[in-house]
Design a protein around this ligand. Structure first.
Ligand SMILES: Nc1ncnc2c1ncn2[C@@H]1O[C@H](COP(=O)(O)OP(=O)(O)O)[C@@H](O)[C@H]1O
Ligand SMILES: [Mg+2]
Length: 390
């Protein structure tokens, strides 16, 4: 899994004068499940299209197995794509949809057109039906399939040519939540079974954390952080990543010494170091890392202003000196009660200040309405995608 397969080196993409990808540097290993994660418009699809060969970067290079492929057209790359709108042929059955790419004659070294024998096509289609769990569906018409089954056919069709890399652009966006979760597990299983590289695009952070070996967090045409799901969650590089991945309280702090950070004029032990003495920093505290204790035993003391029952836990909003935190707890602390909190050193994560500082991490405007907005998976760009498959 450690062999490098694809590299983007200083890739910039501009449309007219608008820079939509700004100096992207990224390598992708063989057999890796890598996810490009970020809000709508951050440049995920553009990055994928550069890898697929549908777009040439304005500047910078793309390498495949060490060879520069900037000018290599899509069909000459060992890469296939599954788009969100799977563009299956409605007049063909499942078998013929999957066999389609295999029936196109290939040109051999002597320039002669060669066709795959029917026997081999049959064997490969049957193999793919097994991989995507659609055994026995070969004669079905596309219109007789559920959304999830159609998605599996699209994946089988993209894999039947044995690409080294599969690109998937928000492939589960059209499915409902339950089916999406099932398909996430399925895709992981398929990727392992086929032993190929998946490059996956999503704006859904839960999906990215659940499926990926490596997550690439993007915003505004720039890579914000690259790491394992655990790295990204536990050690976010800046306030954007901390806010985008999971829930975060992000508080102004001052680094007094290695392992000592000051928040609200109180010193907390932490595991971070390497900052200047008295350097202003952003401090991330996850809602699940805060312990509620009696007020007189707390490192900080505050007032509960909002309680939401979430099934597994309560989400409570607590006002500390005018700054509102989100805390997750299994014990009910009613609205209006005074509480104390304790935070273990490993529950505190210190980050360098960035241009994102001050933009995120305050729960002052928290309400049911806020929740709905932040949970919505509406992607205004989605309608313009797809249709460019094949
Ligand atoms: N062909 C194009 N011409 C002009 N602008 C484009 C084109 N393709 C993408 N963009 C712009 O580039 C930015 C990034 O788009 P995209 O890569 O599709 O983002 P994402 O997939 O992360 O939502 C957006 O602002 C989008 O409007
Ligand atoms: Mg997109």
């Amino acid at each position: 899994m450690s062999k490098e397969l694809i590299r983007l080196a200083n890739c910039t993409m501009a449309f007219d004068d608008e820079v939509v990808l700004d100096n992207i540097n990224l390598y992708i290993n063989d057999k890796e499940f890598l996810t490009l994660l970020g809000p709508s418009g951050c440049g995920k699809t553009t990055t994928l299209r550069i890898i697929g060969g549908f777009q040439t970067p304005t500047s910078g290079d793309i390498f495949f197995d060490g060879v520069r492929i900037n000018a290599v057209p899509p069909h000459k790359r060992a890469i296939n794509t599954v788009f969100q709108k799977y563009a299956l042929f409605p007049h063909l059955n499942v078998y013929e949809n999957i066999a389609f790419g295999l029936r196109i004659p290939k040109t051999d070294e002597k320039g002669k057109k060669v066709k795959l024998p029917e026997e081999e096509i049959h064997q490969r289609v049957m193999e793919m039906l097994e991989v995507v769990n659609l055994k026995g569906f070969d004669k079905r018409h596309i219109t007789q399939l559920s959304g999830g089954q159609q998605q599996r056919v699209a994946i089988a069709r993209a894999l039947v040519n044995k690409p080294k890399v599969l690109l998937l652009d928000e492939p589960l966006g059209a499915l409902d939540l339950k089916l999406r979760k099932d398909m996430q597990n399925e895709l992981k299983r398929i990727q392992k079974a086929m032993e190929i590289t998946f490059i996956y695009v999503t704006h859904d952070q839960e999906e990215a954390l659940a499926m990926s070996d490596t997550v690439v967090v993007m915003d505004a045409g720039k890579i914000q952080q690259i790491g394992t799901p655990e790295d990204i969650y536990n050690e976010p590089k800046n306030a954007f990543v901390a806010d985008f991945i999971g829930e975060s309280n992000i508080i102004d702090g001052i680094m007094r010494a290695d392992g000592v950070v000051e928040i609200f004029n109180r010193r907390f032990r932490c595991l971070d170091g390497g900052f200047e003495k008295d350097e202003p920093v952003d401090v991330v505290i996850r809602p699940e890392d805060v312990d509620i204790v009696p007020e007189d035993q707390g490192q900080l003391k505050g007032t509960v202003t909002n309680v939401t029952f979430k099934g597994m836990q309560y989400d409570i909003i607590v006002d500390f000196y005018g700054f509102k935190w989100l805390i997750q707890t299994t014990d009910l602390s009613p609205v209006g009660s005074r509480i104390g909190i304790k935070i273990d050193p490993d529950g505190i994560h210190v980050m360098k200040k960035s241009h994102y500082s001050g933009m995120f991490g305050d729960y002052s405007s928290y309400s049911e309405e806020y929740e709905e907005i932040s949970d919505a998976s509406f992607d205004p760009d989605e309608d313009q995608e797809g249709g460019d498959e094949e």
